[in-house]
Design a protein around this ligand. Structure first.
Ligand code: BG6
Length: 482
């Protein structure tokens, strides 16, 4: 399959927090990749902005090292690397003071698309947004990009929205959820809305339940302080798993346009029913064989934060009433696997005797690793051994469909290019984020009761036993992790 790269318009992209981890690991390597395939024009400029005093040359030196580390496949081409670095500048700015803003204003070119990527603590969003407009750096066409966490609860998310909207209009604000930039997530929309095949089956009449799993094998070492204030519910469910649920459950939008897609996602969030504590399992990994457990990794023996959560979620609308969505995510699990499994109901009348161990039809949408889609079917086992049934997978792996030598795009690359193109479809709207918090807050508030400490689970397992029971008691079972 041949993929075409369409260059975006010339831009000036200012990355605040340019010396930080996300910028060095994801944002700049992602842009370098887009440059290497010809999507970032030669006149485009990236302007790093941060607190430390540094020259352009010193910033390029640090960046050169990061690119060699995080984009090794292309950084080996030193001519390419130096050409890319030539498009990078640096300004020292004080987010809460006056320093650097005039210089930044001078660097902006009237003809270029202006985008400001705030890879900084959310407490600085309002300060930076206000200075960008006060100094005439941001125009009504400029775009501002913000990272998660977008709030800690509904009240803080509302405050952040208010901070940003004092200086920017909603159509200029791009709230990143990098899960929306993943290949499979977008393919889910194509699968559902570009085929007539699935829509008649995509409802409670034909779908028994949906399982959404985002399992990680790493623990929280190195970012324990942040994580312990968030936990799996805030870090993953309120945003990433919520987006996966929305795209699976939403009604077909009337147009493939930001407002139509986001309106439909919002309706799903608003239709979520409150979740009883009896439908939630929280867990926390324990230490094993000398490796520390969650409490050691966050350095807080009194912590009650969960590193695993599983929930049974009901969507109160006509399409989904009676079809639960089971969500689970956790750290230190058996494997790094993310998938959406849509499990179909059994045939209404069975005519074959050996159906006992059959798991039934399912569509597995694999996010990682090995992005693709599997369709589980029942067939007659081929051969002369009588009429026996077997389950086989029809499999599609996206990497097999890529043009030879072309590499898959990282979620960040795609999303940054969408910002430059001015396409908000894969970004969260303010009301969407607030609705997701309005649903998550009562669940999290319910955990303030000290009696509800997370259940321990072994590293390398599938999470706490009780998570298995969440499905067993409904006569269902989770798919294996990994
Ligand atoms: C981040 C979370 O948003 O997503 C991390 O803060 C998590 O805790 C990460 O590890 C997972 O992203 P991915 O793309 O590796 O699945």
């Amino acid at each position: 399959m041949v993929s075409r790269v369409i260059p975006v318009d010339v831009f000036d992209l200012v990355v605040f927090g340019a010396t930080g981890d996300l910028s060095r690991r994801k944002i700049l390597p992602g842009l370098f990749h887009r440059f290497s395939v010809g999507q970032m024009p030669a006149e485009a400029r990236i302007i790093g902005a941060a607190r430390s005093d540094m020259t352009d040359a010193a910033f390029r030196d640090t960046l050169r090292q990061s690119l060699i580390e995080h984009a090794p496949q292309i950084a080996g081409d030193s001519d390419l690397l130096e050409r890319f670095l030539g498009q990078i500048h640096y300004v020292c700015v004080d987010a809460t003071g006056d320093k650097g803003w005039e210089r930044l204003a001078q660097l902006m070119r009237p003809e270029a698309v202006r985008a400001f990527y705030l890879s900084v603590a959310p407490s600085l969003f309002g300060n930076i947004a206000a200075r960008l407009t006060a100094h005439g750096i941001a125009t009504p066409q400029s775009r501002i990009v913000v990272e998660k966490p977008f709030g800690h609860d509904l009240a803080t998310a509302k405050a952040l929205n208010a901070d940003l909207r004092r200086s920017f209009e909603e159509h200029q604000i791009y709230r990143i959820d990098h899960y929306l930039g993943k290949e499979t997530v977008q393919n889910l929309m194509a699968l559902r809305f570009a085929n007539a095949l699935w829509e008649p089956l995509w409802n409670a009449t034909h779908i028994d339940h949906v399982q959404i799993t985002v399992a990680e094998s790493l623990g929280v070492q190195g970012r324990g302080e942040y994580y312990d204030r968030s936990g799996a519910m805030r870090d993953m469910v309120q945003n990433h798993l919520m987006q996966l649920l929305c795209l699976t459950a939403m009604e077909p939008p009337s147009k493939f346009q930001p407002s139509s897609v986001r309106d439909e996602k919002l309706k799903v969030i608003e239709a979520l029913e409150p979740v009883a504590q009896s439908n939630i399992v929280r867990g926390r990994y324990r230490g094993q064989n000398g490796t520390g457990g969650y409490l050691d990794h966050v350095g807080n023996p009194k912590s009650r934060t969960e590193s695993f959560v599983a929930l049974k979620v009901n969507i109160g609308n006509w399409r989904w009433a009676g079809t639960p969505f089971y969500l689970r995510t956790g750290k230190k699990l058996r494997a790094r696997t993310s998938e959406i499994a849509v499990v179909f109901r059994d045939p209404p009348h069975m005519i074959f005797p050996d159906m006992a161990n059959r798991r039934g039809n399912a569509m597995i949408i694999r996010l990682q690793p090995d992005e693709g889609i599997t369709l589980r079917n029942t067939i007659k086992e081929p051969g002369p051994g009588g009429f026996r049934l077997a389950e086989v997978n029809l499999d599609m792996t996206f990497a097999d469909l890529l043009e030879e030598h072309s590499e898959p795009q990282d979620a960040y690359e795609r999303l940054i290019m969408d910002v430059i193109r001015g396409d908000q479809t894969l970004f969260m709207r303010g009301d969407e984020v607030e609705a997701a918090w309005a649903w998550a807050d009562p669940i999290i508030d319910g955990w303030e009761d000290a009696a509800l400490a997370p259940a321990p689970y072994d590293p390398g397992s599938s999470g706490p036993e009780d998570a298995l029971m969440l499905l067993h008691r409904d006569g269902r079972r989770w798919r294996e992790i990994g």
